[in-house]
Design a protein around this ligand. Structure first.
Ligand code: NAD
Length: 480
């Protein structure tokens, strides 16, 4: 299957004609070819987006909300196709792709349609004048997204950008282009206005970089790794583009001495290994009060051992493959490093070749639990972004806070306790954008989402997304 760019409402080959292979990481098979787009393709997309801007921003907010609802409805009609495609492109279990990827991609459009309805204009009255704060679109916006939650994260940006009247040049990850293509097909089937959403496929340093550098693209919303985030900031910052950076994490799961150990063990296992540990919010370090360490760890390992690894097509699979063979090698090299750093493997620790003919070249890793590593070791501080978790003991709540705050990251974390007030108090002292108490990945889309330190700049979600994708102007009118 060949995937084309979607520019100005047309599916087009890249100008160079060059294509890249796209693989299913569970089978190692090539499943599609995608455009290897360059500056010229991005320039064509940016021009289309620029030309489409006046009419799109000229629609009423209500008309744009109607479009979002139509897109949600059309995506819902192909939700099984989205789930199957996402599972094939990423190697994630079909049940997870249905429950999370397909469901959330649809709800992102519905949510922002509804959330935009409640936006009101601020008005500030003076003795002799009135200030009207109005919103305008930013203009043409560049959206760059990663491979772990492909359509989920793309739609999380596309929906608020559209509802605020912007036009779009988007680049999905070169490793997971297929559901962005489904979105393009959905828009095309709906006769969505041409040029409003343009999807350009290709590699980060060429296609992505061209989006960052294009002078007509006024804002960049980027989700991806911290190192790439630095390049994004370095390129777009001096051009004074509006920037949103959602970057990496090394999140802690904290088990306090009064936690319900069964609930905490199940919760910590889910936080560590959902999507093979490839969610930026995954809890890849579990910090456990020393008083309950010996009681907690066997329960945790039991919960991990109960997770079924293997065929993504099997409805009962909990953990599929990681995103690529290269990524598998990286994750396995961290497991080797952990041993060199003095860690002991309490569970897993190796590649798995499932007992299924088509999966012999797949990139599967058993969920891996590592004990006895220093909290400052590389494996406990660097983002591995795979099914690997390290366990650490702490002696006091203060020590837990210090350990949690000791990395360069500050994205998310969870605290498990039977005293929610204590959990909330501790959460306030952690340098992170998102903290959960006795739950994980429990999302209300109205809340702010984003990280501190090297986990990012800015917030997405609810009003924060609508603010990012709009420019505020104050009009001060002197009374007659
Ligand atoms: P990545 O940084 O390698 O790639 C992300 C996107 O950026 C891809 O589309 C890629 O092609 C593009 N890109 C790469 N180089 C570029 C350049 N020079 N200019 C412009 N674009 C470029 O990240 P990844 O490996 O795809 O995703 C995994 C990372 O994403 C992890 O670090 C994870 O924590 C992070 N992530 C963060 C969040 C969040 O909300 N904070 C969510 C999901 C993933």
């Amino acid at each position: 299957m060949d995937i084309y760019n979607y520019i100005d409402g047309e599916f087009t080959l890249p100008i160079s004609g060059n294509m890249l292979d796209n693989l299913n990481p569970a089978t190692g098979q090539i499943i599609a070819r995608i455009p290897d787009s360059n500056n010229d393709d991005v320039a064509t997309a940016a021009e289309a987006a620029k030309l489409a801007l006046p009419s799109w921003r000229g629609l009423t907010k209500g008309e744009r909300i109607n479009w979002l609802n139509k897109i949600a409805q059309a995506l819902e009609e192909r939700s099984e196709d989205i789930a199957k495609t996402e599972s094939m492109d990423t190697g994630k279990p079909i049940a997870l792709a249905r429950r999370v990827d397909a469901a959330r991609s649809i709800s992102n459009f519905r949510f922002f349609a509804k959330h935009a309805e409640q936006l009101t204009e601020n008005k500030f009255t003076m003795a002799d004048a009135t200030n009207y704060v109005i919103r305008k679109p930013v203009g043409v916006v560049g959206l760059i997204t990663p491979w772990n939650l492909p359509l989920y994260l793309l739609s999380w940006k596309v929906a608020p950008a559209l509802v605020m009247g912007n036009t779009i040049v988007a680049k999905p990850s070169e490793m997971t282009p297929m559901t962005a293509n489904l979105l393009a097909k959905t828009l095309d089937d709906l006769d969505f206005p041409k040029g409003v959403v343009n999807i350009v496929h290709g590699l980060g340093p060429s296609t992505g970089q061209a989006i960052l550098e294009h002078p007509e693209i006024s804002a960049i919303s980027f989700t991806g790794g911290t190192e790439t985030g630095k390049i994004v900031a370095k390129t777009a910052g001096p051009m004074f583009k509006k920037l949103s950076l959602e970057l990496g994490g090394k999140n802690a799961t904290i088990i306090l001495d009064d936690a319900d150990l069964e609930t905490a063990a199940t919760g910590a296992a889910k936080a560590a290994f959902t999507n093979s540990g490839q969610v930026c919010l995954c809890g890849s370090r579990v910090l456990i009060d020393a008083k309950i360490y010996d009681a907690f760890v066997p329960k945790f390992i039991d919960a991990v051992a109960a997770m079924k690894v293997g065929n993504p097509d099997d409805e009962s699979t909990d953990i599929g493959s990681v995103i690529s063979q290269q990524h598998m090698e990286k994750v396995l090299s961290y497991i080797e490093l952990a041993k060199q750093e003095g860690g002991t493997i309490a569970h897993g620790g190796q590649r798995i070749i499932p007992n299924h003919a088509s999966l012999q070249n797949g990139s599967f890793i058993s969920p891996t639990v590592i004990e006895n590593l220093s909290i400052s070791s590389r494996c406990a501080t660097e983002e591995i972004f795979g099914p690997v978790v390290t366990l650490h003991k702490f002696d006091s709540d203060l020590a837990a806070i210090e350990m949690t705050n000791s990395t360069q990251y500050g994205l998310a974390g969870s605290i498990w306790t039977s005293d929610t007030a204590r959990g909330k108090q501790l959460a306030k002292q952690i340098d992170s954008g998102i903290l959960w108490v006795n739950t994980w990945l429990h999302r209300d889309l109205r809340t702010p989402f984003g990280g501190v330190k090297n986990s990012g700049v800015g917030r997405e979600g609810g009003d924060w997304s609508l603010n990012f994708f709009s420019e505020l102007s104050n009009i001060c009118v002197k009374d007659d």
